[in-house]
Design a protein around this ligand. Structure first.
Ligand code: NAD
Length: 324
C-alpha cells in the first residue's frame, strides 16, 4: 500500500487532500497543530503537533513515505496577511516549518515532496492594473512581492529547490491562486474573499446591504478545491519540478463576484465600499505552463464551485443562528 504524509492536514486544502488520498487507496498520516474544524479527519493516523519543533518533525517522518505534501503554514486572507500585524509570525512560523520538514526529509531520504507556494510571490509592479496582470512563472524575478507572506513563500520555494539540488529530495512546487470551497475558514479572521462574500450575503436580508473592501474593481481568479487537488497530485507524480501556477484563469472583479454570489443566493443587495486591506490591484493565473507540461486546466467554471461553497456557508450561518 502506498503511503502519504500530509502536513497541514487540519487545514482547508490539507483536509480535502487527505480525503482524496484515502479515496485513491493510500495509507495517510496527517499532522497539524489543530484538528480539522468541520469534519473528523479521514487520515489513518493523525498527529496533533507543532511542526516548528524539529524533534517533532523527525518523529512525524519516521518512515519513507511515498509522497509528502507540505501545506502547513501560518496564513489567512487579506485581513490576516496584509495588515502588517502578523508579519513576524508568518515569516518565523512558516520558515521554521519548511526548514524542519526539509531536514527531516533529508534524514529519512524522502524522494518526493510537494510544497504549496502562492501567487503572492509575484511582483507587485506587474499587478497594478485590474485587467492586465502578469503572472507567468518566469516573471517572479526581479522579486517584489507585496507582502511578507509572499517573501516567505519565495524564500521557501528557493529552500525546496536548494534541497532538491544538494540533497536529492525531488521537490514539486505549486503557486496556488485563491483556492476556495466548503470546509475552509469562513468567519475566524483568516477567511478569504469567496468565503467572506458568501458569509456576508448569507447573513444579509434580501434588499439589505453588504460591505466590500475597496472599490470592488480589483480583480482575482478563484479555483475550486477539488480542481486544485487534481493539479496538485498530477504535479507531485510528474517528472516535472515546477514552480508552476495552480489556479483558474477566469478573472473577475470583486464586484462581479458579489453579483454571482447574490445570484446564487437569490438576493438583491446594495454594496457599500469601505476602506480595508486589499493586496494587488489585479491578479489572474497564467495557465500556459501547466497546460503545456501537465495537460491540466480547470474543468468547471467559477459559478459551479461558488454554488457548492455558498450552500455550505449558508448552512454554517444557519447553524450559528440556531446554536449561537
Ligand atoms: P489553512 O490555514 O487552512 O491550512 C494551513 C494549516 O497549517 C492549518 O490547519 C494550520 O493549523 C497548520 N499549521 C500552522 N502552523 C502550524 C504548526 N506550527 N504546526 C503544524 N501545523 C501548523 O490554509 P489552506 O488554505 O489550507 O492552505 C494550505 C497551504 O496552501 C498553505 O501553505 C498556504 O499558504 C497555501 N496557499 C493557499 C492558498 C489558498 O487560497 N487557500 C493560496 C496560496 C497558497
Amino acid at each position: 500500500m502506498k503511503t502519504a504524509l500530509v502536513c497541514g492536514a487540519g487545514g482547508f486544502i490539507g483536509s480535502h487532500l487527505v480525503k482524496r488520498l484515502k479515496r485513491e487507496g493510500f495509507w495517510v498520516r496527517g499532522v497539524d497543530i489543530k484538528l480539522p474544524g468541520f469534519e473528523e479527519t479521514e487520515a489513518d493516523d493523525f498527529l496533533q503537533a507543532d511542526l516548528r519543533d524539529p524533534v517533532i518533525c523527525r518523529e512525524v517522518l519516521d518512515q519513507r513515505f511515498d509522497e509528502v505534501y507540505q501545506l502547513a503554514a501560518d496564513m489567512g486572507g487579506a485581513g490576516f496577511v496584509f495588515i502588517g500585524e502578523n508579519d513576524a509570525d508568518i515569516m518565523h512560523n512558516s520558515v521554521m516549518i519548511n526548514l524542519n520538514i526539509l531536514e527531516a526529509c533529508k534524514r529519512r531520504t524522502i524522494k518526493r515532496v510537494f510544497y504549496s507556494s502562492s501567487a503572492c510571490v509575484y511582483p507587485e509592479f506587474n499587478q497594478m492594473q485590474p485587467d492586465s496582470p502578469v503572472t507567468s512563472e518566469d516573471s517572479v524575478y526581479p522579486a517584489q512581492p507585496d507582502s511578507d507572506y509572499g517573501w516567505e513563500k519565495l524564500f521557501s520555494e528557493r529552500m525546496f529547490l536548494a534541497y532538491a539540488r544538494n540533497h536529492g529530495i525531488e521537490s514539486r512546487i505549486a503557486r496556488y491562486h485563491n483556492i476556495f470551497g466548503p470546509e475552509g475558514s469562513w468567519n475566524d479572521g483568516r477567511e478569504k474573499v469567496p468565503a467572506a462574500m458568501c458569509r456576508k450575503i448569507a447573513m444579509a436580508e434580501d434588499g439589505g446591504e453588504i460591505e466590500i473592501w475597496g472599490d470592488g474593481a480589483q480583480t482575482r481568479s478563484f479555483l475550486f478545491v477539488d480542481e486544485c487537488l487534481e493539479a496538485t497530485t498530477r504535479l507531485t507524480r510528474s517528472d516535472w519540478t515546477g514552480p508552476v501556477n495552480i489556479g483558474s484563469n477566469e478573472m473577475v472583479s470583486i464586484n462581479q463576484l458579489a453579483d454571482m454570489v447574490m445570484g446564487i443566493a437569490g438576493k438583491s443587495l446594495t454594496i457599500k465600499h469601505i476602506p480595508g486591506p486589499l493586496g494587488v490591484r489585479g491578479r489572474n493565473s497564467d495557465n500556459r505552463l501547466i497546460q503545456e507540461q501537465l495537460g491540466w486546466a480547470p474543468s468547471e467554471s467559477l459559478i459551479h464551485g461558488l454554488e457548492k461553497t455558498y450552500q455550505w456557508i449558508e448552512q454554517q450561518v444557519m447553524n450559528e443562528k440556531s446554536n449561537p
